[in-house]
Design a protein around this ligand. Structure first.
Ligand code: MLT
Length: 266
């Protein structure tokens, strides 16, 4: 059992590595996986609404946030293994609710495919199930190279106006600043390896038809990166899923509309 504040970082030892994890609350374990190029602070506005009901566990994925080490090459599947290692290290044996946003969703789908017995339910938010096409992979390779040669700001700052909707940018300056600071504090090497890891991710569009756990799919109504139709299609392909679209939100629904997001999860 862990009280609030969620800001405290625990370094969870997995083998010879340490993974920074934010933990708060009590109840059903809920693991929260952030997107790219962000970190566990993505959940800062939603955990205060969930921690009386859930044991919220939010790691900084390899190289992101408070990770001490420069990352080496990693795949979405390696990140899924890290999630299971964190649960084992925390001695969480019961099946959990797993929520992944965008890149975190790619990792959550790997967990659903390879460790379905660890999941009581799955929440896929602002993400997609298909793999990249050749053009998408080339764009990622170019972003990886540019992060290393031109620096992080040039690659990440143009993303801001897609990650957040106009309503958020005009009305929630603290959210804009939080997203900007998460992006700018991400290492160039993390940006590069994450892009290459996402470029080689698996396609789950067909595999997910066999997933029997309950799934909730959440979209931001104004998300140009993973529009509502994408999440609705995932929901339609799954045997046991619900779909929700949240108004006044783009790609970062838990930060832009934490009340609505928490209500759907609860
Ligand atoms: C994210 O928010 O994690 C990214 O948009 C994922 C991606 O680049 O596919």
């Amino acid at each position: 059992m862990h009280g609030y504040p969620f800001k405290d970082i625990i370094q969870v030892e997995v083998g010879d590595r340490k993974i920074p994890v934010r933990i708060a609350g009590r109840g059903e374990p809920l693991m929260l996986l952030h997107g790219y190029p962000l970190n566990s602070r993505l959940w800062d506005r939603v955990v205060p609404l969930l921690y009386t009901q859930f044991l919220c566990i939010a790691p900084d994925l390899r190289g992101f946030g408070c990770s001490a080490e420069e990352p080496k090459s990693f795949s979405m599947s390696n990140l899924a293994d890290d999630c299971i290692k964190i649960l084992d290290a925390l001695q969480i044996r019961q099946s959990i609710a797993l929520c992944g946003l965008s890149m975190g969703g790619y990792v959550a789908m790997e967990v659903a495919q390879r460790y379905p017995e660890r999941l009581a339910r799955l929440i896929l938010t602002n993400t997609r199930a298909n793999a990249d096409d050749l053009a998408g992979m080339a764009t990622r390779r170019s972003a990886a190279a540019r992060a290393l040669t031109e620096g992080v700001p040039k690659v990440v700052l143009p993303m801001l106006s897609k990650l957040l909707c106009q309503h958020t940018i005009a009305n929630q300056l603290e959210v804009v600043e939080l997203v900007r600071s998460m992006m700018l504090e991400t290492r160039a090497s993390t940006i590069a390896w994450a892009q290459l890891g996402m470029a080689s991710r698996a396609d789950f569009q067909y595999k997910m038809r066999d997933w029997t756990m309950p799934v909730v799919c959440i979209a931001g109504a104004e998300d140009p990166i993973t529009p509502p139709e994408v999440l609705e299609q995932i929901s339609g392909a799954l045997p046991n899923a619900q779909f929700h679209s949240v108004e006044n939100s783009s790609h970062l629904t838990p930060l832009e509309c934490p009340q609505e997001f928490a209500k759907i999860i609860s």
